[in-house]
Design a protein around this ligand. Structure first.
Ligand code: ADE
Length: 234
């Protein structure tokens, strides 16, 4: 047990999927895993362990934002020896060719600050995905026919942004979408020599103002979960 995860040491798998929303962790575990067992409910941040095609997987909520994800990812890596960590979550689209429901496989995750920024001082560290996971996710997405974009995303500290000038520069520099967790996950994985990736579903669009209707969310998020699972065990 750790401060924030109540699972026994052998109750967490080496492969962990991390949605921000603990209820989505429960939905994904019930939908895609066999024999899913609740292994954590400290602070309501649900975690489940089961198997997918015979492979052991944990699906553990990360909460919203990099400080929250940092707590769970640190404990999963340092105390439970998680080797492969894949964020599954939603993001806001930032390019005209990126549509609602499309999947983004995040090659890099830019930030202004993250819980790790302090250690880099003047350096602009570039958090990046594990290439093997990234390539496997792209192959899985292509095989399913899911409309998928691969490139840079932005990990923000705020959902309600007040910097149109910053958005403009990101759009200009090809950033595909915005979310709030991946940069810290990539940085922690690099530090501890683990594999990390973020597979995201576009749930809203900053330019068009469109948003995914609630009833469509499950199917779109389901594609993302299966892409993540296929990548993890490719
Ligand atoms: N996650 C989903 N949509 C988002 C947005 N527009 N900004 C930040 N995080 C998000």
């Amino acid at each position: 047990m750790t401060v924030h995860i109540g699972a026994k040491p052998d109750q967490i798998a080496q492969t962990v999927l991390m949605p921000g929303d603990p209820y989505r962790a429960r939905w994904a575990a019930e939908t895609f895993l066999e024999g899913a067992e609740l292994v954590n409910e400290v602070r309501g941040m649900l975690g489940f362990t089961g198997t997918w095609k015979g492979n052991r997987v944990t699906i553990q909520g990360s909460g919203m934002g990099m400080p929250s994800l940092s707590i769970y990812a640190n404990e999963l890596i340092r105390d439970y020896d998680a080797q492969t960590l894949i964020r599954i979550g939603s993001c806001g689209g930032m390019q005209p060719h990126v549509g609602i429901r499309d999947v983004i496989v995040a090659m890099t995750a830019s930030t202004i600050t993250s819980p790790s920024s302090g250690i880099f001082r003047e350096m602009n560290y570039a958090p990046c995905a594990d290439y093997g996971l990234l390539a496997a996710a792209v192959r899985a997405a292509e095989a399913r026919g899911t409309k998928t974009h691969v490139g840079g995303i932005y990990s923000s500290d705020v959902f309600y942004a007040e910097r149109p000038d910053l958005d403009e520069q990101m759009v200009r520099h090809g950033i595909l979408g915005v979310e709030m967790e991946a940069a810290e996950l990539y940085t922690l994985a690099a530090r501890h020599k683990r594999r990390a990736l973020a597979v995201l579903t576009v749930s809203d669009h900053l330019q068009t103002g469109e948003a995914l209707p609630a009833e469509d969310r499950e199917k779109s998020f389901g594609d993302m979960v299966e892409i993540a699972l296929e990548a993890a065990f490719a």
